[in-house]
Design a protein around this ligand. Sequence first.
Ligand code: B12
Length: 204
Amino acid sequence: MAGDILKVKELVEGYLGRGNDPKDILDNGLIAGMDIIGGRFKRNEVFIPEVMIAAKAMHSGLDLVKPHLAESGVKPFGKIVVGTVKGDLHDIGKNIVSMMFRGAGFDVVDCGIDVPSGKFIDLVKQENADILAMSSLLTTSMPFMGEVINLLTKENLIDSVRVMVGGAPVTKEFAQNIGAHGYAEDASSAVDRARELLRISAKR
Ligand code: B12
């Protein structure tokens, strides 16, 4: 939570060395800390830099735990394809959302910015994604979110993937109108919504 990368590494190495369960280190150490930061961010008690620093520290621990998780057969909670829609180059919010998803234990495939609608569909198929999360910061790029949902419907994929949308100009009403399954106004609510959509409790 303090963003101390070296301390996180030292602690995680220590716990792993003493034979602690890697899932316990992940759930009750790394993710638990990130959840607290997420709550503070939501209440405006900390801001983007603190979240990014905390996420960086969390990743330094995650990198050490990951190989052990794979060995013990622990699977990520779900796969999320994330991207900023066509015509839109804004990625600060999307990157924060991606970081929070990763911090919460999801497997994230970030397909970047200015993503053509068809590419989202290809990636959802290719990655067998549980959630597609699209970001838009421009009123002119928002309609592409609807276009992607129409394409998913056409390809009969709309029932097998949950679609989440967000970004400053996006509203709950807009999300409902285009047929998205979820909307969140910030990165930490995005994690709550993703968990709801996949019915994973925050405590697990
Ligand atoms: C930084 C910025 C830029 C940077 C982007 C750098 C980058 N790498 O992202 C640059 C300079 C490149 C840029 C360019 C442009 N920009 Co600009 N930009 C901004 C600015 C100042 C901040 C956006 C930002 O990063 N906010 C901080 C992040 C953390 O917030 P956020 O993105 O909203 O994300 C949070 C939530 O929305 C949510 N969220 C975000 N995505 C998702 C996704 C999901 C699934 C979920 C659940 C939640 C979620 O969680 C995030 C974290 O809490 C805004 C103004 C503003 N105050 O919003 C204008 C703004 C978005 N830009 C604007 C414009 C017009 C442009 C340009 C057209 C300017 C120009 N004439 O060239 C170009 C367009 C380029 C393009 N094709 O995209 C307008 C858009 C107006 C409109 N009606 O559409 C704005 C609102 C400024 C303004 N008031 O006019 N911009």
